[in-house]
Design a protein around this ligand. Structure first.
Ligand code: 13P
Length: 335
């Protein structure tokens, strides 16, 4: 394992003012997002929308890395440059989603286990040769009646650690993503409890399997009440509870935490990060790896405006989140 390379790239991904663009929607998800704004989905439609995003002027000031899907890492920019080469030339690290999706968990059919370990070593080696320097694997934890089960926690934690160990052996910084979903009527206390449980199980599995924590990143949810919960908590409470939960369950030698947005509004995702970066000193960099919260406005503008409008919308959200890295964002900057 090349620990120095992993640490260098992990730290680069969470450099001051910068964060990650998650553009690794699977073909099915990207197609339905395009359809959702009235654009007919095709391989070319997915390519041209993303190539336009990636060529947003000066986006590297706020974007340290982009997570790609298998289709995209093999595609070309409008000028014919390979996507990962173009990103690297613009000081953006190319990343790759390596899981093959969350599948129904045997004996617990309402829950999911993420697959993709078979052949992962070979796939990581191929992606590294194509220029990828980091990877992502997302586990999905649902909250509900009797959920999550011990089985769901245990198999997903084990798979996240296996994935992380294999990536590191192949030179890719693993982003470890155990996502506790916002779906449901549970309160924030329940989200806290479940998030603590999966984080603790995941880092225990990482320790057993020899994952090099200074060469990895964590992509967690924030502590938020379920979407259907009648007792929503304030932005300040989200920030405080999230930091408390992370403080109790995440090793201090991890270089950075890159949050997912998970269905929060664009502004909530920015505001929560901003408060966290202004209220407390923590051992890790606190940054973003947002998908929807960085792209929603850009996707809408892609459908209704010009390519430049889409870039402007993306640039604005990226800059707002970059300011939130320093606790320097404020609502007035949004208009
Ligand atoms: P969201 O920010 O839309 O949750 O996407 C992040 C991601 O990569 C989920 O795996």
């Amino acid at each position: 394992m090349d620990k120095a390379l992993l640490e260098k790239n992990a730290n680069k991904l969470v450099a001051p003012g910068r964060g990650i663009l998650a553009a690794d929607e699977s073909t099915g998800t990207m197609s339905s997002r395009l359809k959702g704004v009235g654009v007919s989905p095709s391989e070319e439609a997915r390519r041209s929308y993303r190539a336009n995003l990636f060529s947003t002027p000066n986006c590297q000031s706020a974007v340290s890395g982009v997570i790609l899907f298998d289709e995209t890492i093999r595609q070309k920019m409008d000028d014919g440059a390979a996507v990962p080469d173009y990103l690297a030339e613009n000081d953006i690290l190319p990343g790759i989603k390596v899981d093959t999706g969350a599948k129904s968990l045997a004996n617990f059919s309402d829950e999911k286990v993420t697959e993709g370990l078979d052949g992962l070593q070979e796939r990581c080696a191929e992606y590294f040769a194509m220029g990828a320097r980091f990877a992502k694997w997302r586990a999905v934890i649902a909250i509900g009646d009797g959920m999550p089960s011990q089985a769901c926690i245990s198999v997903n934690a084990h798979a996240l650690a296996r994935y992380a160990a294999i990536c590191q052996e192949q030179g890719l910084v693993p982003i470890i993503e155990p996502e506790v979903l916002m779906d449901g009527a549970h309160d924030a206390a329940r989200c806290y409890e479940v998030t603590a449980e999966i984080l603790s199980a995941t880092f225990s599995a990482c320790e057993v399997q020899g994952v090099h924590i200074p060469g990895a990143l964590l992509k967690p949810n924030m502590i938020i009440a379920g979407k259907a919960c009648t007792q929503q908590i304030s932005r300040e409470e989200v920030a405080q509870l999230t930091l408390k939960c992370l403080g109790e369950n995440v090793p201090s030698n991890l270089p950075g935490i890159v949050f997912l947005s998970g269905g929060q509004s664009d502004e909530d995702a920015t505001a929560h990060l901003n408060i966290m970066n202004s209220i407390d000193s923590v051992p890790w960099e606190l940054s973003y790896s947002y998908g929807r919260a960085l792209q929603a406005a850009a996707l809408q503008a892609w459908a209704t405006g010009t390519p430049e409008d889409s870039q402007k919308a993306f640039s604005h959200r990226a800059q707002m989140n970059s300011l939130a890295r320093y606790g320097n964002w404020s609502e007035t900057l949004e208009s």
